[in-house]
Design a protein around this ligand. Structure first.
Ligand code: PLP
Length: 392
């Protein structure tokens, strides 16, 4: 047979989905696996959101919808940015897509051409470099390790910029490190992007999952200059436990939003119509949604503190207590194993599934998701401690 395309040959499949799938397959085969690899809340979607979707389905919302989303949802998204961040956008600047992942892809496809460079701070969410490659552009990875709390500094950004740089990706709170940038830190990064006339993809997927009184920052709301160059990606998956619904949003200056909608019109058409009515309820029935989120956040925060406290007791492990998302990213470089080997052995010997840091562009770390039960966390971290002791 003739060779497959250069796209097919150059793509790296998602390692996080692969590790999670392997853990789930072992579980299904009856193995006692403790899964720390999942990038999704262990909670179910709140009832009122499901009910709204069921009602929409029953009332015949089963047809194509406008490509960029049903108008009431686009309006509700616009209203939410005004209410939460004072950012005034028109509903025409909102695109509802089949997942935050697809929103990121649209943002990259709308701004990057072959030959352009995209700056991606590492540790990064696994899909950014692959999406940049799919657009024919070149990822430029800049590592911000635990010595800076996984935060890119303006000097690091400045040093990575070349005349070809078109876009910089920011992701706060971060997957995989959980790091949250302060408003001042983001302002300083935006100033560099403005100086060099870069677009900004601000992936704010975990904006509502912040702890210790940290506040999320909407990058586009920082200034008029920020707004003019920023594409905000957000969604429903993580905040409202809706990963399987496949819905995401993006908000951008009108010409970029229009380009994203046009690309979507040729790639997927609209996101599932009746699912959008569920998302609408998530935004409109504010009290019920806030109560459900509060319950999840209480559990996440308890688990975050517990997991961190246990991790730093393990000789040889260090760990930043990050303030966002539902991940910790402990440093395991002292054990003298490559992180991929560390994870493979951890799964084999102790039946604990975690994703290796190098999947996120940062060798020497593990990504542990604490979006799992207290019981699994306690057992899993005990097994991890046993495994680490066996390596010493
Ligand atoms: N952005 C980040 C940083 C993520 O971690 C994820 C999910 O893992 C997404 C975007 C995409 O979310 P979804 O496509 O499930 O809405």
């Amino acid at each position: 047979p003739r060779p497959l395309s250069s796209w097919a040959q150059n793509i790296s499949p998602s390692p996080t989905l692969a590790v999670d799938a392997k853990a789930k397959a072992l579980l299904a085969a009856g193995e006692d696996v403790l899964n720390f690899a999942a990038g999704e809340p262990d909670f179910d979607t709140p009832e009122h959101i499901k009910e709204a979707c069921i009602a929409a389905l029953k009332s015949g919302k089963t047809k194509y919808a406008p490509t960029p989303g049903i108008e009431p949802l686009r309006q509700a998204v616009a209203e939410r940015y005004a209410a939460e961040y004072g950012l005034k956008v028109a509903s025409s600047q909102v695109v509802v897509s089949p997942g935050g992942k697809f929103s990121c892809y649209l943002a990259i496809m709308a701004t990057c051409s072959p030959g352009d460079e995209v700056i991606i701070p590492a540790p990064y969410w696994v899909s950014y470099p692959e999406m940049v490659k799919l657009a024919g552009a070149t990822p430029k990875v800049v590592l911000a390790d635990d010595t800076t709390g996984f935060l890119l500094t303006p000097a690091m950004l400045e040093a990575a910029i070349t005349p070809k740089t078109k876009l910089v990706v920011l992701n706060s709170p971060s997957n995989p490190s959980g790091a949250v940038y302060s408003r001042a830190q983001l302002e300083a990064l935006v100033a560099v992007a403005v100086k060099h006339n870069l677009y900004i993809l601000s992936d704010e997927m975990y904006e509502h999952l912040v702890y210790d009184g940290a506040t999320p920052t909407c990058v586009a709301a920082l200034s008029k200059e920020a707004e003019a160059r920023t594409i905000i990606v957000a969604g429903f998956s993580k905040t409202y436990a809706m990963t399987g619904w496949r819905l995401g949003t993006l908000v951008a200056p009108a010409p970029i939003a229009k380009a994203c909608a046009e690309i979507q019109s040729q790639q997927s058409s609209n996101a599932t119509t009746f699912a959008q009515y569920g998302a609408l309820a998530a935004l409109k029935e504010k009290e019920k949604t806030a109560a459900a989120l509060k319950e999840m956040m209480t559990a996440f925060d308890r688990r975050r503190k517990f997991l961190h406290a246990e991790l730093i007791k393990i000789p040889g492990v260090t760990c930043v207590l990050s303030q966002g998302a539902f991940y910790l990213f402990p440093n395991i470089s002292s054990f003298g194993l490559k992180d991929q080997e560390f994870c493979a052995k951890l799964l084999e010997q102790e039946k604990v599934a975690a994703v290796f840091g190098s999947a996120f562009g940062a060798e020497g770390y593990l990504r542990l998701s604490y979006a799992t039960s207290d019981e699994i966390l306690a057992k899993g971290v005990a097994r991890l401690a046993k495994f680490c002791a066996s390596l010493k």
